[in-house]
Design a protein around this ligand. Structure first.
Ligand code: BGC
Length: 349
């Protein structure tokens, strides 16, 4: 079978090549790939900055934003041939730590978790893949190709879950949301904010094209320019770019009792000058919270499925701006100005 592989740690090693079909020990459910979303983490993996091969192997099969159809499953189980499914990315550490022991592997304490297509386990970027039933989620078949948005949606489902839990520390009724970055993660953050009846604002540097249209379709307001020019102080900020200046500006703009959720991953070595005295002073005097969030557990897959089910199908379709067949995989890696979510479409020849 064909698979998109990299040599972790080596720049530009991505290639599509023939690899053996996955062994039964990778799970009893056999899945035929339908699509694979490409995200910033995949670019980091391909640039050699991030990623680990399975123990004893050189190559890693890439891909963590999966969509597939069950091809074969034990007759007595939950899955039937034809089911539309996504694979859960992170698996618990073997110790397990106290978080992994209760299936909260997204909060793994010792860092020994594994992640499909990222850390020590092959991903979903192959024509066929396998999964254990407990790491597979069945999707509403009506989602069709937009089911590929499930994994990024779980990241925001977790972010919102934690924002809500932090908010419950006191009486708090947030009204305004600022999302920085109108990529897939930012737009899904905005979707879930709109579903919570917040006044949604999204800031990005792109001035036209599908991004502003998708924000407007949610009833939100699209901004370009500076956070300091927004003219209001958001109750919630979800930072989805990892751009350090935007992080600093987001800290500055938070409303009293505000929550800043960091969901974008920055690269190392971005030093800017900050007045930490001022940051501490305002955070203390205004009860601010800044927190980071990564990954998602099974509960968040359920929350993400509910959110996608409530979203307008046309809105979800417009999030997928390019579908590239596997044999033209290199085209999927060229960034184009109107790109939001680019996917490898395994159903096209
Ligand atoms: C994935 C997460 C993963 C994180 C860190 C993200 O792109 O969506 O599932 O935990 O990268 O590896």
């Amino acid at each position: 079978m064909k698979a998109l592989t990299i040599l972790p740690g080596k720049q530009n090693s991505a290639t599509v090549r023939d690899v053996p079909e996955p062994p039964l020990r990778e799970g009893k459910i056999l899945v035929r790939a339908v699509a694979l979303g490409i995200c910033g983490t995949d670019f980091e993996l391909m640039s050699g900055e991030y990623g680990w091969a399975p123990p004893g192997q050189d190559h890693l099969i890439l891909g963590h934003e999966s969509l597939g159809r069950v091809e074969d499953a034990p007759a007595d189980g939950r899955f039937k041939p034809g089911d539309l499914v996504v694979g859960i990315v992170r698996h618990p550490d073997p110790v397990p730590c106290m978080a992994c022991a209760v299936d909260e592997w997204d909060m793994c304490r010792n860092g020994r978790y594994t992640e499909r297509g990222i850390k020590e386990v092959n991903g979903f970027g192959s024509e066929i893949w396998r999964s254990h039933p407990e790491y597979l989620v069945k999707l509403n078949p009506d989602l069709g190709m937009t089911g590929v948005l499930m994994e990024p949606a779980t990241i925001l489902a977790k972010a919102w879950d934690h924002i809500t839990r932090i908010g419950q520390r006191a009486k708090w009724e947030p009204k305004t949301l600022l999302v920085t970055g109108a990529g897939p993660v930012g737009l899904l953050a905005a979707l879930m904010g709109a579903q919570r009846n917040l006044e949604v604002h999204v800031l990005d540097r792109v001035e036209s094209g599908p991004k502003p249209q998708l924000v407007q379709a949610l009833g939100g307001t699209y901004h370009t320019g500076k956070v300091s020019d927004l003219g209001f102080r958001p109750d919630v900020v979800i930072e989805c770019t990892g751009v350090v200046q935007l992080i600093a500006d987001s800290i500055d703009c938070l409303a009293n009792d505000g929550i800043l959720c960091l969901a974008g991953i920055s690269s190392y070595g971005q030093q800017i000058s900050l007045d930490l005295g001022k940051i501490n002073r305002t955070m203390v005097l205004e009860n601010s919270v800044i927190f980071g969030t990564v990954n998602a557990n099974r509960r968040h897959y359920q929350m993400a499925a509910e959110s996608l089910a409530k979203a307008h199908p046309d809105w979800l379709n417009r999030m997928i701006t390019r579908r590239v067949p596997l044999n033209r995989w290199q085209d999927a890696l060229k960034r184009e100005p109107d790109d939001i979510k680019v996917i490898l479409d395994f159903t096209q020849a």
